[in-house]
Write a protein that binds this ligand. Structure first.
Ligand code: ZN
Length: 163
């Protein structure tokens, strides 16, 4: 069990497309355990590998009753639309409203390498998409209009300087 350091915007790894997970062994299970520890410590609902500095397609999540490990995640279906607050542990949880689909179906592998599909709605669907984006080197602010994106980054930098 270990809490790892969270990488923060604009560290390069956050903008990189992750490499596929190929080894489903004890090392991966340990890494996932560390990711859960790190996520809970930071009071987040999801954490992707690039957020602890690893260029890997992997995330963990515990949101709205859905707790899972997702290796090589893809969003295979979306439906509807929702508008709601979103934040990211790598950008100091500064919130902004992001429009996303209301429902999403995630396809991924668990820590043993077995493929599964999981549907979610609302906040958990948002988490699926936010974390899968991380694996593609994308941040939630990439979904915002330029001006709002700048405002989030500005506030994040300001709050960081106060610490
Ligand atoms: Zn995030």
């Amino acid at each position: 069990m270990a809490v790892r350091k969270i990488t923060e915007y604009p560290e390069k790894v956050l903008g990189e497309v992750g490499k596929p997970v190929t080894e489903f062994d004890g090392e991966l299970a340990e890494l996932c355990a560390d990711m859960f520890d790190t996520m809970y410590d930071a009071e987040g609902v999801g954490l992707a590998a690039p957020q602890i500095g690893l260029n890997l397609r992997l995330f963990v999540m515990d949101c709205d009753g859905i707790k899972l490990i997702a290796a090589n995640p893809e969003i295979v279906h979306t439906e509807g639309e929702q508008s709601g607050q979103e934040g990211c542990l790598s950008i100091g949880k500064v919130p902004a409203v992001v429009v996303r689909p209301m429902k999403a179906t995630l396809r991924a592998q668990n820590e043993k390498g077995d493929w599964f599909e999981q549907e979610a709605e609302g906040y958990a669907a948002r988490a699926f998409m936010h974390e899968t984006d991380h694996c593609d080197g994308k941040l939630f602010i990439d979904h915002l209009p330029k001006l709002r994106q700048k405002m989030v980054v500005k506030r994040f930098n300001k709050e960081k300087n106060w610490k």
